[in-house]
Design a protein around this ligand. Sequence first.
Ligand code: ASP
Length: 660
Amino acid sequence: MSSAHPASFPFPGAPRHPLPPPPPPTYRTPPRLSPTVPYNRYGAAFRSHLCGRVNLTDVDAQRSISVCGWLHKKRMDHRFWLLRDWSGTLQVTLDDRQRTEWAAWLGEVALESVLRVSGVPQRRPPGQANPRMATGQLELRVEQMQVLNPAAARLPFTCAQWEAAEVGEPVRMQYRYLDLRRAVMQRNLRLRSWLLQRMRRFLHDHAGFVDVDTPYLFRATPGGAQEFPVASQLPGKFYSLAQSPQQFKQLLMVAGVDRYFQVARCFRDESNNPEKQPEFTQLDVEMSFVGMEDVLALVEDLLRFSWPAPEILAEAANFPWTDRDALPPPAFPFPRMSYKDAMTSYGTDKPDTRFAWHIRDITPWARDYRLFGNTPLHPGSTVRAFVAPGAAPLCKKAFKDALDTLVKREYPGVLLSFLTLKPDGSLSRAALPREAAAQLHSLVGGIQGEDLVVVCGGPEERCLKALGRLRLETADYVEKNGKSVREDAFKFLWVVDFPLFARAEEGSGWETVHHPFTAPHPEDAHLLQAGGDLSRIRGQHYDLVLNGAEVAGGSIRLERAAEQRHVLQLLQINPADVGHLLAGLDSGCPPHGGIALGLDRLVCLLARAKSIRDVIAFPKTAQGRDLMAEAPCSLPGKTLQLYHLAVTANTAPDRSHDGG
Ligand code: ASP
């Protein structure tokens, strides 16, 4: 079969761009995270100001203002109430006459009730300013106060209680509307919205992309994630929720759309990873007449344009009650690493490059010594190691035992050992002679007194993966014990030159590393022919990694139907399942490629949130449940009948919780 472009470019060696591409344009200063919109313009009947935005200029103006918000706290026998909206809190003060006259109902108004308060802002008396509050120098002397809507007396939790003690995640998810009132959650949602608007603006206004919606109700797709089936009224026929708009975006290229994007919801029934959501959001992109370099350049320009400027991040960091420092923007262009180098040096295809701790090959050295006690290494085994600087005093026996159990459980056949330097310069394992330390020192790039050397031996791939995991586990543990390991920065990395195929986990066949529509690397395309070594074929697949997490992935696609059909056959996928795509490719399909950015993960890292659930308004539990609305739920018999469904398993009663 013929190879995909750019090898099929008719003039080998011709520059990819006959004219150099123009430099990225410069853009206007971005707006604030929470721009100063006139809140009184579309709500003057209720309010003139936001609670957190009243300032000393308003004090100087000595005019009456109105604010609306939730009753956050009552203090000192109703002398001070705190009113809160998304922008912050404002202290409102009641005088003695008001406290006496209104005593009955002041006591009744429950926290989190919605109030409207009018009054004149005043400077707080000397010594009473609160430096932790943006409005801490002033207060609003109440003239009028109105309960717009009282809250129930005992809510599951209030924002003020949260400040004192964190509330468990299942309760937060069950009462998400209360949880979202918290400043951190407001900040996360606003940062997400800000970023998305910037991305849309870049793609649409500056790069000629067309925003196209594609269906969520699709047909089952071969060779990918487990999909959610959706019943239809046609007996025995099901839709599947689209796991991504992949086929549609390729068909949009066939259709001549040229540059497509969509903020797309994707659905995958993969409940084994608590940090994944069954529905998640991608910024999905596809472009015609491009190669890998073009897609990578586009993503870098997109992120450069939409990355919050330091003042935006500082604003986010200073959002009421958030305490994270703003980090400087990432360095562009992003470095690149081949899949092979990533696996060899970091034991993973998503290296966390905020710290070094590189994995080194010490096989020739290790052969001479018994590093793993009496357990012999199988012939052909490899021995690799990384050095965790300064970790030895922190990593006590219990931690090492836990790592040992982890390796035995998840990386069978891999042996683990720990080495440290003794004060006399020899290595900790008794059987190792003194000169062994010096040899190891040069092999691993230096060992100091308090360093811990983590060593694994076994089959190469598993050994590297085990060390990749141990590297992260050890770094986490060392950091938990008070010693910083990772640089506090946004570290992006492109990982390229992935293998196109991997041995299937079950059976003797092959599966794709990305998805079945990825084109082979032009230099390796000939290996697709009968007898070629499929394991040696690199795909035109690229991933973007940020701080050890995959934040984007994409590829240049197979644009010819014959090539696509051939790959499907190698993967034992029935071409009829994607007959519509094959017909499209055969109808004059331009060379094309694209990428999808995982927005939840990206925003999570940007907001420095603990979990992606903290940047999703209404997330699901690890078991895929919506604890607030209690989905999934059972259906009435009539509905089951309409959709020709019969439930055969016993179901748990509705309105039961899985505890997160
Ligand atoms: N559809 C792919 C994914 O969801 C991304 C791509 O290849 O553009 O991972």
